[in-house]
Design a protein around this ligand. Structure first.
Ligand SMILES: Cc1cc2nc3c(=O)[nH]c(=O)nc-3n(C[C@H](O)[C@H](O)[C@H](O)COP(=O)(O)O)c2cc1C
Length: 187
């Protein structure tokens, strides 16, 4: 299995990064090949809602805004499973997670052929502060994204600074589970 792990925090040694490390260990323990992508290190701007709301994303399934998005989008075709980890900001995904998911949703959701995510397992992780305020609304927005791109919702994990010890273990185990699956038929 090729597993792509997105981390979406500017903090390289915070909770999001710890979740990414746990997922990487789990997926690799299962024999998966792991690609780590820190979306905060990518130059991916927001969707410009080109023309009157749709650009080339609607019919050609490519984004006409030229930045690091294009290469990352193309590379996703060869991935079998995903782990998406965002810090909870204002009860939502972080800005880098939002910018990327907004743009890839537009390109993938309306494909007549299979979307790059279709039927592929995704683990969604929302990493919150001590309060956990907005953790569920963040996971809900991730769930809506996965519905639009027709992914398989493998797990939704909320983690806070207070429960991190056992939740990091859960993330490692979840990643081990998807890492040990067989790639989708026809791939
Ligand atoms: C702009 C901003 C907004 C935040 N909003 C929330 C929030 O709504 N709920 C919450 O529990 N934590 C919130 N936090 C705290 C972060 O979710 C928490 O510290 C998380 O662990 C950050 O991830 P990191 O360790 O990868 O930096 C916020 C932090 C920032 C910087």
């Amino acid at each position: 299995m090729n597993v792509m792990i997105f981390t979406c925090s500017p903090n390289i040694d915070g909770l999001t990064a710890a979740c990414g490390n746990a997922a990487k260990i789990g997926a690799e323990e299962a024999g998966a090949k792991v690609v780590m992508v820190n979306l905060n290190r990518q130059r991916i701007g927001r969707c410009l809602a080109c023309s009157n709301g749709w650009g080339t994303c609607r019919e050609e399934h490519v984004c006409q805004v030229k930045d690091d998005f294009q290469e990352l989008h193309a590379s996703i075709a060869n991935i079998d499973a995903f782990v998406m980890i965002t810090p909870v900001y204002w009860g939502e995904m972080s800005e880098s997670a939002k910018a990327f998911s907004d743009r890839i949703r537009r390109c993938e959701a309306l494909k007549k052929d299979q979307s790059f995510f279709e039927g592929k397992p995704v683990i969604s992780v929302a990493a919150a502060g001590g309060s956990g305020n907005g953790l569920t609304t963040c996971l809900t927005s991730m769930e809506r994204f996965l519905t639009h791109v027709k992914a398989e919702k493998f797990d939704f994990i909320g983690i806070t600074q207070k429960n991190r010890v056992y939740k990091l273990h859960a993330i490692q185990e979840a990643a081990r589970a998807i890492g040990g699956l067989s790639p989708r038929k026809g791939e």
